[in-house]
Design a protein. Structure first.
Length: 158
């Protein structure tokens, strides 16, 4: 259910911004384990963007999604270069939480993207099965890891 809502939210965001520049990416890494990871970023201005990120492994019944703002420190082509950001999200078997991320995005002249980032947060609601298995109450970590290739769809005039 959460997966459907998240995908619907990403679609509506993309649909409502058809005339704006938008970055779409996917990660080849989860394909090894029959998974899927994808992201959509909508630039608010050349230094700030709003990103939605989804990763799922249907065979294992795992799903995670994140959404949050990113600030690019010194963009050259708009919404590229080093970034720092916040995220809110979570998924199955890990609860949901808030955190921070850092990353780097490079955009070619033709619009191709290489985007990677990492970060972590604190689980606020729910939690993983790990504490139940070990018997120890620990600080729950919400991980963030991304390696995407993608394309920047340019702003449509008119």
């Amino acid at each position: 259910m959460r997966k459907t809502i998240f995908i619907l939210a990403l679609f509506l965001t993309a649909k409502s911004t058809l005339h704006a520049q938008i970055d779409v990416g996917a990660s080849p890494v989860p394909l090894i384990a029959l998974g899927l990871a994808a992201s959509v970023e909508y630039p608010l201005n050349p230094s700030f963007g709003l990103e939605g990120y989804l990763i799922t492994f249907p065979v294992a019944g795992f799903f995670a999604g994140y959404v949050g703002p990113k600030h690019y420190l010194r963009p050259k082509r708009g919404n590229d270069g080093f970034s720092i950001g916040l995220f809110a999200g979570g998924g199955s078997r890990m609860g949901s939480g808030l955190g921070f991320n850092v990353g780097y995005k490079t955009v070619s002249e033709r619009g191709f993207i290489l985007d990677f980032g990492f970060g972590m947060g604190r689980t606020l609601f729910g939690g993983s099965d790990i504490s139940a298995l070990t018997g120890f109450r620990s600080v729950e970590i919400t991980p963030y890891l991304k390696l995407n290739v993608g394309y920047r769809f340019p702003k449509k005039e008119g």
